[in-house]
Design a protein around this ligand. Structure first.
Ligand SMILES: N[C@@H](CCC(=O)N[C@@H](CS)C(=O)NCC(=O)O)C(=O)O
Length: 231
């Protein structure tokens, strides 16, 4: 295939960051080739395309690499301007949506610490920080929706749908692995409804691994995180 308009995604099937990009491409209807990378034995193309972080996702468009999932999502929306748009046109609304997309990223960074925690004290602290952020997200999204009415049923998915489902779409597997209730419909009714609605959307189902595969991937991640920490 000619390089022109060729779209290649380098990824790892279990990566939440890669899922964001896969979802964006599918939502926008952009055909792409997928290259599964081995993160324990990184390929020369991975190192060549992302020499700074050496991480996936990497999107290669017309032979040019774009890295960092949030940067890639914006690139996709700015390059393929067809509906659905992932970000609003209005600069203020755009800034607000970017703020919440970044907040969901921060929530993910905090929740990952639960897996990495080496003792009960560290795990309790990581859980407390995670639930504080989830609480802020629940309140923040309630207010956001009052001011910027939007659907939470997966019709016309945008960057916030992508961020929330890539982060919490595996919440049942996370709960099983961690033995902690993460998404409680009584405490986080909006996020719970939003995530469970999105889980039923076809493009989301297409990119979601089975519960068993997710549990195994999270268990492996937890064991590796523990080994890494004790080195
Ligand atoms: N900030 C990056 C994070 C990407 C990331 O952490 N990717 C992981 C896969 S989940 C990776 O490639 N890890 C390889 C490594 O850390 O060596 C993004 O948003 O794209």
């Amino acid at each position: 295939m000619a390089e022109e308009n060729r779209v290649i995604l380098h990824g790892k099937w279990s990566s939440t960051y890669v899922k964001r990009v896969e979802l964006a491409l599918k939502i926008k209807g952009i055909p792409f080739e997928y290259v599964e990378e081995d993160l324990f034995n990184k390929s020369p193309s991975l190192i060549k395309y992302n020499p700074v972080h050496k991480k996936v996702p990497i999107l290669v468009h017309d032979g040019k690499p774009i890295v960092e999932s949030l940067v890639i999502l914006e690139y996709i929306d700015e390059t393929w301007k067809n509906e659905p748009r992932l970000l609003p046109e209005d600069p203020y609304q755009r800034a607000t949506v970017r703020f919440w997309a970044t907040y969901i990223q921060q929530f993910l960074d905090t929740s990952i610490k639960i897996y990495i925690a080496q003792d009960k004290e560290a795990q309790d602290k990581a859980c407390q920080d995670t639930f504080e952020k989830l609480h802020v997200l629940e309140e923040g999204m309630n207010n956001f929706i009052l001011e910027n009415p939007r659907l939470i049923n997966g019709e016309k998915m945008d960057i916030l749908d992508i961020m929330i489902i890539a982060t919490l779409g595996a919440f049942r597997a996370q709960e099983e692995v961690l033995g902690i209730k993460i998404l409680d419909p009584k405490k986080h009714p909006l996020i719970f409804e939003w995530v469970t609605n999105l889980m039923k959307v076809d493009v989301v189902k297409e990119i979601t691994a089975s519960h068993e595969e997710l549990v195994l991937a999270l268990q492996t991640f937890r064991q590796n995180a523990a080994k890494f920490q004790t080195k």
